[in-house]
Ligand binder design. Sequence first.
Ligand SMILES: [Zn+2]
Length: 441
Amino acid sequence: MLIRFIKLSGSGAGTNLPGKIARKISPDILSYLVKQTKKEILVVTGTNGKTTTSGFIAGILKADGRKTVHNRRGANMLTGITTAVVSESNIFAELNTDNCLLEIDEAYLVKAVDEFTPDVILVTNLFRDQLDRYGELNTTAKKIDQAIDKTSKIKPPKILLNADDPIVSSLGENFPENHTFYGFEDIKFVNQDENISSPQETTNCKCGERYNYDKVFYGHLGHFYCSCGHKRPIPQVRATTVTDVNNSKIIINSQNHEEFTVNINMPGLYNAYNALSAITMALELGINIENIKKGLENYSTVFGRAETLYMNHKKVITQLIKNPIGATEVLRTVKDDFNGRLLIIINDNYADGRDVSWLWDANFELLSNYDKTVIVSGIRASDMAVRLKYAGIKSENIIIIEDIRKALEKSLSTVKEEEKLYILPTYTALLDLQKIQRNFL
Ligand SMILES: [Zn+2]
């Protein structure tokens, strides 16, 4: 009865309301349903790349012929997860699925594991994100560690960790036998200026010293070491990548497989990392290489269609920005695309993080030689304009249009046929944009 009601009310995927109602009426509903998973319960957490990584994993599971329940669209707190799981169950409260693939907010994982016990926990990376909501990175790391401890009392999960992230690779230290590390041995950029790296986050070793690096890939990701002897662990899943503005070729080596290569039709090093973490999950589940390749390639094609739209016959690429490191990686891609025009939309609603000072940590200086007009929009359009001025963009090239619809109209009218428009919105700006853009498709 409850399930039928929820299903009727929950036609909109990604909403939290049905989950909220379900949890009120039946507090253990999530636990009850997820326990019915036939194979593994998989959790993906971390600051950046959760949605894309889970998308890749879902693609691979599908290619492997598995039925999967997955909370798509980033509804990654308990109510959103409950909505997703309930909407996949039948009216007899049966969840007929091989895997549950749950993308979980890094600060909520510790609560989620009270309701179900993951078999595998994958952590992508930990960057400063929305300081005003979650506090410092170490607090987040501690919460993930608590989640791992809690789970391990019932059944120790496999823990898949990014070896290149000093904070992530130190997680779950009480359970070293359950770790699998993944990381890049080397990264080659094609047609991109290698000298410009992202701002390096200040990260200290547990001994208090600042880390040194043999190689920095982006942010605090790279081959780090400390004078106390603590250093990047040697990954079991090792990769190299050649990456350019449109795609990445990734060559993977792991203990139990021959070397293999995958091509990802998605821009940027951050997506190469997302693919590598998904591959690590797939290898952990024993999925064969053919299905891994098929799944990754399918997902990147679907993603390409979803994120590249034509509005008023102009090519538009939308990339969410929400923290300095992620934004800088997107800017790197935009900067190297000579046919790219730019619309940046900054909101400061609760879900964006109220504090927009992070804009000052993102490397907008990458755009200092950009000589086309940049349109800035959203609630904090003027803050963004000031930031761009300081980054070296001429005032006459910055146009402020707070209203998102008008800003989009203006942007589309200035994009030439051979050009494309990059839209960089914060989270709630993206939601606003999605409502408006259907009028331009
Ligand atoms: Zn140290």
